[in-house]
Design a protein around this ligand. Structure first.
Ligand code: UDX
Ligand code: UDX
Length: 472
């Protein structure tokens, strides 16, 4: 079976390389020549643990990369994994998907049967749109020479290879029996875990127990498209919920980490996605929740719980700022350090991160801001050129003359900071750990005024209501 994958991003690169590692001849196609050149030279165009190794293993053998759509005419399966960003109004921008569909239509094999797979996160009904575009540009007939199916990605950045090779489930939405058979054959090696050892060395196997075999779940196209949005929005709701419990824990003196652990022991709740944070962010949850909510509002059946989670999530960002204000009294003319710009560790993806919102608010309130991130600083700077902040290559420099330092992203590098040195550099040793990541390394013993979120620390008398001090 021969594969094309349109898009060499966080989704396309992982998807294309994974199928090449499974032995399928795969060509990744992208309009971004830098990303294609990186692949041709055996380098990953994105930071994703293990992906570099897999690309080096497969490039020129089963993996290829191209700027053109030529290989589409030889392909049995074509994944569409191009970007689906949010428009300013919050709806999803499908223009890249439409362009990809048009290019596929112009290169489709008229004598065979090709499965076109929507891998990108797309609204319910997008498969119909792609079908129409391909019929119009190719003159071919849906169901005869091609079919469009939905096969949503469930990849967590930083763990994408693990999620592609060891998924909980593979969802395929198809209205064509022929396409369903082809997809089932394509995924058989993942479902049976055949050839597992060919890639097990590149997966950050952080699963505690031996993972169960994935479930292969077939449904109709629209239900498959809905599963993706419903899943991501639910995960966002779950995180917003535990973050609100953490805020209440702060007020009542409970320990939100113990609360989350006690909750997660109930298999109906589950232990994952109950980690307290400054809120969810990144290239998926914000766009997927706003698209899902807007669609529901347009259909007059608003997903009010999703709406609340979005509102609650922004309040969580503000809550973290207000904790710093409670300690400092004001942000005006204060120097604040930020550790972590990416939306989570183990990725260089700095799109739509909580850091950009929080830093903007700090600056608006008169603070001077110094930042560090091990992988994401370059992308963050390119996306946030308007922010007048100092980028530090050494995390220690973030502490110099600072009145407060906030950890936003729990990169493991931060465990190894020389904390005694960091303490000496600060004007005021306030440290807010929004991930409760460093709570056990003894920062208070060194002299920091260490605060987590939802975890009791020595009480600080609330000087004034912090909210009134922040210009929102
Ligand atoms: C994004 C979203 O993050 C994800 O939720 C969605 O499921 C797919 O789109 P990602 O891989 O992160 O996934 O996108 P990105 O890193 O922006 O990569 C998209 C790639 O598509 C880019 O390399 C871009 O150059 C390429 N592209 C875009 C094309 O090849 N052709 C186009 O017409 C438009
Ligand atoms: C998400 C979905 O998990 C994945 O299935 C989908 O395919 C794409 O979107 P991703 O955006 O890469 O993946 O990151 P994820 O690990 O889900 O984290 C999203 C945000 O939630 C991050 O800001 C993360 O820090 C935050 N988060 C996650 C929490 O605050 N608490 C948690 O317990 C988990």
């Amino acid at each position: 079976m021969k594969i094309s994958c349109i898009g060499a991003g966080y989704v396309g690169c992982v998807t294309g390389t994974a199928f090449a590692a499974l032995g399928y001849r795969t060509t990744i196609i992208d309009i971004n020549s830098q990303r294609i050149d990186a692949l041709i030279n055996g380098r990953s165009p994105i930071y994703e643990p293990g992906l570099d190794i897999l690309i080096k293993k497969t490039i020129g053998n089963t993996l290829y990369a191209d700027y053109s759509y030529n290989y589409v005419s030889n392909s049995d399966v074509i994944f569409i994994a191009v970007g689906t960003p949010s428009t300013n109004g919050g709806n999803v921008d499908l223009s890249y998907v439409e362009i990809a569909a048009k290019n596929i239509g112009e290169n489709l094999n008229p004598f065979g049967f090709t499965v076109i797979v929507n891998k990108s996160t797309v609204p319910v009904g997008t498969a119909d749109l792609v079908t129409t575009i391909i019929e119009e540009t190719s003159g071919l007939k849906n169901g005869k020479q091609f079919a469009v199916v939905s096969n949503p990605e469930f990849l967590r950045e930083g763990y994408a290879l693990e999620d592609v090779f060891l998924p909980d489930r593979i969802v395929v939405g198809s209205n064509s029996e022929k396409a369903s058979q082809i997809m089932k054959k394509l995924y058989s090696k993942i479902v049976t875990r055949e050839g597992f050892n060919t890639f097990s060395d590149v997966i950050t196997l952080n699963r505690k127990c031996h993972p169960s075999l994935p479930r292969y779940y077939e449904t109709d196209v629209k239900s498959s498209e809905m599963i993706k949005y419903a899943s991501n929005a639910f995960l966002a709701v779950k995180i917003s919920y535990i973050n609100e419990v953490a805020r209440l824990s702060d007020a009542l003196g409970a320990n939100a980490l113990d609360v989350a652990r006690g909750m997660g022991m109930d298999s109906r709740i589950g232990e994952k996605f109950l980690e307290v944070s400054s809120g969810w962010s990144g290239s998926c949850f914000p766009k997927d929740t706003s698209e899902f909510l807007l669609t529901s509002q347009q259909e007059n059946c608003e997903l009010s719980i999703v709406a609340s989670a979005i509102k609650s999530n922004k309040e969580m960002h503000d809550y973290c700022i207000s904790k710093a204000v409670r300690s400092l009294g004001t942000l005006n003319n204060r120097t604040i350090g930020i550790l972590g710009l990416t939306f989570k560790p183990n990725t260089d993806d700095a799109r739509n991160t909580q850091a950009s919102y929080i830093i903007e608010m700090l600056l608006k309130n008169g603070a001077t801001v110094k930042v560090h991130d091990p992988q994401g600083a370059e992308m963050f700077k390119s996306l946030n050129g308007h922010l007048d902040i100092e980028y530090c290559s050494d995390p220690l420099d973030v502490f110099t003359e600072a009145e407060a330092v906030m950890l936003l992203t729990h990169w493991s590098e931060y465990l190894y900071i020389h904390w005694e040195d960091a303490f000496k550099r600060m004007h005021n040793p306030y440290f807010l750990d929004t991930r409760n990541y460093l709570k056990d390394i003894g920062l208070s013993d060194i002299g920091f005024y260490y605060e987590g979120i939802g975890v009791p620390s020595h009480k600080q008398s609330v000087t004034t209501s912090a909210a009134s001090l922040i210009k929102i």
